[in-house]
Design a protein around this ligand. Structure first.
Ligand SMILES: [Zn+2]
Length: 411
């Protein structure tokens, strides 16, 4: 009998190699050139197969997603999630959110925290958030050792130590993917230069939030001379960044910066996204390399809202869906040198977003109350992180409750 049961289990395992089968969705996986109807099968934590007409008999659970888009789990490389910081007055740090509070319900499976922590606070961040969240959390270290505790403290050149920052990054290279320079007020490039030095020592990219635009330290010079290929200019549509000339034409130095390999990231935030720059630039083809939210309580309760709302703004400005997905999955993953993320490839970790594109009349605001209209809005139906269904808006994985197959508590 024991032998027979063993055989039976062996047969069942053989007959049902997939734990989960997403059936009939429109798969968009820009990295692997997939843009069409296909099934996606998951076994354990990994993608087991991507192909049309995979047999449902081979899966323990099949979910019909025929009316939906299946994309890689979204990768938001500008999200403040060091929620341990409290008590500061001016910072982005104390407005952080715990990643699991926002990520999965917006299709996001990976976030990168850009500099909420520096080398002094990073290990606290790792212990309290990175190692406890279900969301995959990566980090960029602030060049200021204390991180974003306040904008005043981010001016402290004494606390900008490239060597110690690089050493901390290398010690935690499984999760530290960059260095951040932010909110720098002085009429020089000191904060940026120190961040670039730390990035060089640790061989990781630097992300710069340029703070205010001053003529003594031209933005043009930063993106054409100071940043290295692969470094990132975030808040790239912030006004008054000098993207456009008097006739609203995109300035030529931006293509020179792009040719050098400098990356432009949205970083919408609570004060860093203006249609006055974005719409003319996007309509002339100056698209972002990566779409990101600059998530914190002010931006999520403001006009950024969430990753899908920011992505929907780019749809409304005319960027095709496939490119918007590219800018929210494989592009950001590649920018932080994690090219294995942001794709749906056999063998890859199964991080997946199942999205709706709603049709209707929608409005999108920027941070000063400028508005555009659009006819499409993205929404999350389901999110899968490492093979586990972590968000399921319409209970597509659930069964009619009278079916008798449910497990109730005994007490
Ligand atoms: Zn930020």
């Amino acid at each position: 009998m024991r032998f027979c049961l063993g055989l039976l289990f062996a047969w069942a395992a053989f007959a049902q190699p997939y734990d989960l089968l997403l059936k009939g969705g429109h798969v968009i996986d820009p990295k692997n050139g997939v843009d069409g109807v296909a099934d996606v099968a998951i076994t354990g934590t990994r993608i087991a197969a991507v192909a049309p007409n995979l047999p449902a008999a081979n899966a323990r659970k099949t979910i019909d997603v025929a009316d939906l888009y299946v994309t890689p789990g979204l990768v938001d490389i500008h999200a403040h999630v060091f929620s341990g910081i409290r008590g500061s007055t001016t910072s982005g740090g104390n407005r952080s959110v715990f990643p699991d509070h926002i990520a999965f319900r917006t299709g996001v499976t990976t976030v990168v925290d850009p500099g909420s922590s520096g080398w002094r606070s990073f290990e606290d961040f790792r212990r309290t958030v990175i190692d406890t969240a279900e969301t995959r959390v990566l980090a960029m270290l602030n060049i200021v050792g204390i991180g974003i505790l306040s904008y005043d403290l981010e001016q402290n050149v004494e606390d900008m130590n490239p060597r110690v920052t690089a050493d901390m990054a290398l010690k935690h290279k499984d999760v530290v993917v960059g260095v951040k320079s932010a909110h720098w007020w002085a009429p020089n490039f000191t904060s940026v230069e120190r961040a670039v030095e730390a990035g060089r020592l640790a061989d990781i990219p630097v992300m710069v939030d340029f703070g205010y635009f001053l003529k003594e330290r031209p933005y043009e010079r930063m993106v054409t001379e100071i940043l290295r290929p692969g470094d990132i200019s975030t808040h790239c549509y912030r006004w008054p960044a000098p993207l456009l000339d008097a006739n609203e034409k995109v300035r030529p130095y931006l293509s020179a910066a792009r040719k050098r390999g400098v990356k432009f990231d949205v970083g919408h935030g609570g004060g860093s996204f203006h249609f006055r720059n974005a719409e003319p630039a996007v309509k002339q083809g100056f698209w972002p390399d990566s779409i990101s939210t600059d998530m914190h309580t002010n931006s999520m309760n403001g006009s950024a809202v969430d990753m899908l709302n920011v992505m929907s703004k780019f749809l409304a400005m005319g960027v095709p869906l496939r490119e918007v997905i590219r800018q929210s999955t494989t592009n950001p993953a590649t920018i932080v040198k994690r090219p294995e993320l942001g794709q749906i490839a056999v063998g890859a970790e199964a991080d997946i977003a199942v999205l709706r594109v709603d049709a209707g009349r929608f409005g999108f605001a920027d941070v000063v109350g400028g508005r555009i209209e659009g006819s499409e809005r993205l929404g999350t139906e389901m999110t899968i992180r490492a093979g586990k269904l972590v968000f399921d808006l319409n209970g597509r994985a659930a069964v009619p409750w009278r079916s008798g197959n449910l497990k109730y508590p005994e007490k």
